[in-house]
Write a protein that binds this ligand. Structure first.
Ligand SMILES: [Zn+2]
Length: 500
């Protein structure tokens, strides 16, 4: 999912550790002007401390990791390198054999993102593996090639369609083939077999990834139409996520909607341009409508439920705090959804999307990406528990739809005054001017406790921004750097979101 329409060019990072350097390229230079976003300037300013590199703020063609556990018949079909369409083919076959399927998608999670919790445990001396490693070790693992029809670099719509249906399609198309014809998803197969089904996401439930499992539109941004289709079809038992603004008629607010009058976003209004009322349609089909965590916990497994917890996307895992605790996390939603559908005698299918990995990667905010991947690890922890109760009849798969940002951690060349030396056992002197990034420095990533976007937003001056960066991350910037980042946050025409 693309949130920042910033025209980034693919760049290579030069190294620069002078205290007042900002980015590698002169911000006033017209050709590099598009890089003068607060995110770009921040990562340049802390590069000598973080050694974090991002190639772009967009998606890349880098293959994405996949891990799976379950009956060998299916897991061995997913090992090694596969086209992303293979996931749907295998899920459909498993479902047809009455095998439950749990799919967890880390949106935008490439090898660099996925390795962060793995390296973090190594850095901390924690010998317990991540769930990613555990699943890959016990079952099978591989890579998915994510290319859409007719190209190399995909988006969530084409990639979601491939994962959900096994059909490659054009960019931005959802649940249709390259000619626009509707195609069947693995969820459709589960429904036709009388299985219970659930879709869970921390993006909008009408966003491209979940929509690929039930909707058929040629443009992913037709979210009001996607909501209408979801309501008309009404065959999914549990729907949990954001995107509520697509579910009430035009010119209405949630405060005027009976089931949402006491919700946390009562003053927000519809984003529809018509009088269609998907929420009413859901009610007429017997769905329970909920909007907070407490209500979620009270749902029982005889009920069909539509949980809409935000007008748009849900908060980033790194921005979780007291003020938004009534909004369930993706791990809480996924756990509850599995409780609701997991004991059906005919079996079940569930897809959980961890969307914030992608959003934070679009912002090139590695601290926030790290927390979002840890959140996915929590989702997998519970998914694995459910799998382990019935391993012969359950297939658990995690994967991503594409890589976002070209994330890497690079070594750094330093001057003589920063070189490392060591006397070897044979008395020879070893030295290096190539900084590997120590585990101590790497662990600083985990100290970040607010997204860069929220840090920029709440800082009213360069001084405040400098203090907030110090307060919420383990990195420091000079006042000059803070001024440049502040100016970019509030003046860049590319960043209207952050304008005062
Ligand atoms: Zn995506």
């Amino acid at each position: 999912m693309l949130i920042f329409m910033v025209n980034f060019y693919c760049i290579a990072y030069a190294q620069d550790n002078k205290s007042d350097s900002l980015a590698m390229y002169h911000p006033e230079s017209s050709i590099w002007y598009p890089h003068s976003t607060p995110f770009y300037l921040f990562k340049g300013a802390v590069y000598s401390q973080s050694q974090v590199v991002w190639a772009t703020s967009f998606h890349t063609a880098t293959p994405v990791p996949l891990g799976c556990v379950g009956p060998e018949k299916y897991t061995r079909m997913l090992k090694s390198v596969n086209p992303n369409t293979r996931v749907a083919e295998v899920m459909k076959e498993a479902l047809s054999d009455k095998v439950n399927v749990i799919l967890v998608i880390g949106d935008g999670m490439g090898p660099g993102h996925f390795s962060l919790p793995v390296y973090m445990r190594l850095a901390k001396g924690d010998t317990l593996p991540t769930m990613f490693e555990k699943i890959m070790h016990e079952g099978d693992c591989g890579y998915l090639l994510t290319n859409p029809a007719g190209g190399l670099v995909t988006g969530s719509a084409a990639a979601g369609t491939a994962l959900a249906t096994g059909t490659k399609t054009r960019m931005d198309m959802v649940g249709v083939d390259t000619l626009g014809n509707p195609v069947k998803s693995a969820l459709d197969v589960a429904v036709s077999l009388g299985m219970k089904t659930a879709l869970v996401t921390d993006a909008a439930i009408t966003d491209a990834t979940p929509a690929a499992f039930y909707a058929h539109v040629i443009q992913r941004n037709l979210q009001p139409e996607i909501a209408r289709q979801l309501a008309e079809e009404n065959f999914i038992d549990v729907l949990l996520g954001g995107g509520a603004s697509n579910f009430i008629p035009q010119n209405t607010t949630f405060g005027h909607c009976k089931d949402f009058e006491d919700c946390g976003f009562a003053n927000d209004s519809s984003s529809r341009k018509d009088d269609i009322n998907p929420i009413d349609t859901f009610k007429s089909h017997g769905y329970r409508l909920i909007h907070n965590e407490m209500q979620l916990q009270s749902v029982n497994n005889a009920e069909k439920v539509l949980g809409l917890f935000s007008p748009g996307g849900l908060p980033a895992p790194i921005d979780r705090n007291e003020s938004n605790k009534e909004i369930p996390t993706v791990a809480q939603m996924s756990k509850k959804a599995l409780e609701l559908i997991g004991d059906n005698p005919k079996g079940f299918f569930i897809m959980t999307e961890c969307a914030r990995i992608d959003w934070e990667a679009h912002a090139n905010d590695i601290g926030a990406v790290y927390k979002a991947v840890e959140e996915m690890n929590e989702v997998l922890k519970n998914a694995y528990r459910v799998y382990a109760k019935n391993p012969q009849k359950t297939l658990l798969i995690f994967c991503a739809d594409h890589e976002t940002g070209g994330l890497g951690i690079a070594y750094r060349k330093v001057d003589d005054n920063e070189k490392e030396t060591f006397r070897c056992a044979n008395g020879q002197m070893w030295e290096t001017k190539t900084k590997a990034l120590s585990f101590y420095e790497f662990k600083k990533l985990a100290a970040q406790d607010a997204s860069l976007a929220s840090i920029f937003k709440k800082s009213g001056s360069a001084e405040e921004l400098q203090q907030n960066i110090e307060k919420h991350t383990a990195y420091t910037v000079s006042l000059y750097q803070a001024q440049k980042i502040f100016e970019a946050a509030y003046q860049s025409p590319d960043m209207p979101k952050y304008k005062k």
